[in-house]
Design a binder for this molecule. Structure first.
Ligand code: HEC
Ligand code: HEC
Ligand code: HEC
Ligand code: HEC
Length: 445
């Protein structure tokens, strides 16, 4: 199963306070896979004086080596190629597909699988998750985005996807890293051999790795967001999008059972000799029942309690009701999912408008550590999300100047042990996680 790679602190996380460029109506932008524009293919972006420089170029504000970074270090560049490997062959065989690299169910996430009439003659499906799978079909903007009077707003009008906006970025990433109405990794696909998936917007933006630097020039062009805010928006959007699927009759059940992908994988998949069950406040469930994967809920609760205590109170109540209903009856679960989604959708704009200054950042750290040490995050999925959150928060502390580089390095080396504890879900034990967390709390800023 997937391993959690350690977040490398990098310059991509933003510093300053919220800018709200392009927020209005942004929700309605079509995702690249269904946008109305022609997709040109990666080669169209890769010229050495465009985005294919070997090293960053000085001068125009952007790095211009984005293609080189993507090709050499970004897993999206190999997303198509993995469909040809043995694991994919096995998945395809188990699902009765002819081949993974020709099946839409795989190509929809592992490539820029746009309709045939949206593919320019230079387009190649073998590019995998190429530039336009995230930045939108370049048919209209490829010429105009290099004009002297080009602006980010005008590029967006011409079909550039607004990925600088964290709400839109979350919608984009999660559409493949969890799914949407069109693409979805079901438990059957996982049973056939697909790896487990997890996602955190700020961490994954850095891990990709980011091929952009958020500096003053960037902030002026695109607005600015700090890492904790991006994390917060990512958590609320994840819940909103997961609840969309859980309320979708085409995706929320599989024969006799609800779709198992919504549930905590390890509540079914763990050795029976490991007697790890313990009661948890946030679920209220007893032993021996599968529980919905609540990792994002655990994070969102901390953020909501801080930003909007009334919505936080509602979230807590509705989350407990959702867990209860998930073990009682299907319609009840779907109704509760709708209510939870409504709360998450109210939180998204609250987070987008909030500055997330130093008091907030400290409160998040205290909240995550407090709940973590009280045993709320001992299930693997929760531990994994909490660990990524701590990474994001620590980075934000350094970047907003709450702590200096020396203090950061010190804390970061202790945080490495927490990351080590969640590196592999198969070797994970709550005891090592809690011990690492305890040590981090002692030495954390
Ligand atoms: C909803 C989007 C989605 C769909 C549908 C999907 N995948 Fe994936 N797949 C992903 C993502 C995202 C990852 C990376 C997960 C991670 O590392 O966090 C991944 C990872 C993989 C990996 C592991 C790659 C590696 O680097 O080790 C394989 C193999 C794979 N997918 C094959 C398939 C096959 C075959 C299909 C079709 C049956 C398929 N996928 C359908 C999104 C999807
Ligand atoms: C998995 C999604 C993804 C893929 C694939 C991707 N990008 Fe990006 N890109 C982003 C995100 C997220 C940002 C940061 C938000 C923004 O500025 O829009 C970004 C930013 C950029 C920027 C803006 C930098 C700035 O300072 O304004 C450029 C230029 C860019 N990408 C070029 C490319 C090129 C060229 C490719 C293909 C070789 C590519 N991207 C592939 C997600 C992606
Ligand atoms: C079109 C679908 C798609 C979109 C959109 C997308 N991804 Fe991915 N992503 C994938 C697939 C598929 C993989 C696995 C590729 C592989 O392993 O070869 C992946 C892998 C990754 C990985 C590597 C994970 C690991 O285990 O090493 C990171 C990090 C990542 N994506 C971040 C992002 C971010 C951030 C965004 C949004 C800006 C994003 N992705 C948008 C499909 C997508
Ligand atoms: C409610 C219980 C339950 C949950 C939750 C659950 N699974 Fe499963 N899983 C099963 C069952 C039952 C099987 C089929 C076992 C068999 O065929 O013998 C299975 C099979 C699998 C297999 C195939 C194992 C093999 O022997 O080949 C994989 C991989 C898998 N699940 C992954 C996951 C992932 C990833 C998640 C979380 C997203 C998950 N499961 C959540 C019950 C569950």
């Amino acid at each position: 199963m997937r391993r959690l790679t350690r977040l490398i602190a990098c310059g991509a996380l933003t510093l300053a306070l919220a800018g709200l460029h392009g927020m209005a109506n942004a929700q309605r932008t079509a995702l690249p896979i269904v946008d109305r524009d022609v997709h040109m293919g990666v080669a169209s972006c890769a010229g050495s004086t465009c985005h294919g420089a070997v090293a960053p170029l000085p001068g125009i504000g952007i790095l211009q080596n984005e293609f080189t970074t993507w090709q050499q270090r970004d897993k999206h560049a190999t997303a198509y190629r993995v469909l040809l490997n043995d694991r994919s062959k096995r998945i395809a065989k188990n699902l009765g597909l002819d081949a993974a690299h020709t099946a839409a169910v795989c190509l929809d996430c592992h490539a820029d699988n746009v309709a045939a009439d949206k593919r320019h003659r230079t387009f190649q499906i073998t590019d995998g998750v190429g530039c336009e799978a995230c930045h939108g079909g370049a048919g209209r903007w490829i010429g105009t985005h290099i004009a002297a009077n080009a602006t980010h707003e005008r590029n967006i009008e011409n079909g550039l996807f607004p990925s600088a906006n964290p709400v839109e970025r979350a919608r984009l990433c999660i559409s493949c890293h969890f799914g949407d109405e069109r693409r979805f990794v079901t438990h059957r696909i996982m049973g056939a051999g697909h790896p487990r998936m997890s996602f955190e917007l700020d961490t994954f933006t850095s891990l990709q790795p980011a091929h952009f630097i958020v500096d003053n020039d960037y902030r002026q062009r695109k607005g600015s967001w700090n890492g904790v805010q991006i994390w917060a928006i990512g958590q609320a959007m994840a819940i909103s999008m997961v609840m969309d699927r859980l309320t979708d009759p085409k995706q929320n059940r599989d024969g006799l059972f609800p779709e198992l992908v919504f549930f905590d994988c390890h509540s079914c998949h763990s050795p029976m000799s490991e007697l790890n069950w313990a009661p948890r406040r946030a679920t209220g469930l007893g032993p021996g029942v599968p529980k919905l994967n609540d990792a994002n809920f655990l994070m969102l609760q901390v953020i909501a309690d801080r930003v909007d205590p009334e919505l936080g109170r509602q979230l807590k109540e509705r989350t407990l009701a959702l867990h209860r209903a998930s073990n009682q009856n299907f319609e009840g679960m779907v109704n509760e999912a709708r209510q939870v989604k409504a709360i998450a959708d109210q939180l998204v704009p609250r987070f987008a408008q909030r500055a997330f200054g130093s008091e907030d950042i400290r409160a998040m750290m205290a909240g995550i550590l407090g709940n973590g040490l009280s045993g709320e995050y001992v299930d693997y999925a929760g531990a994994e999300q909490a660990t990524m959150a701590l990474g994001t928060i620590l980075n934000a502390m350094r970047q907003t100047g709450i702590i200096d580089q020396g203090r950061f390095n010190q804390a970061n080396s202790v945080l490495d042990k927490v990351f080590e504890a969640v590196k592999s879900d198969e070797r994970y034990t709550p005891a090592t996680f809690l011990a690492a967390l305890r040590e981090y709390r002692e030495k954390a800023p």
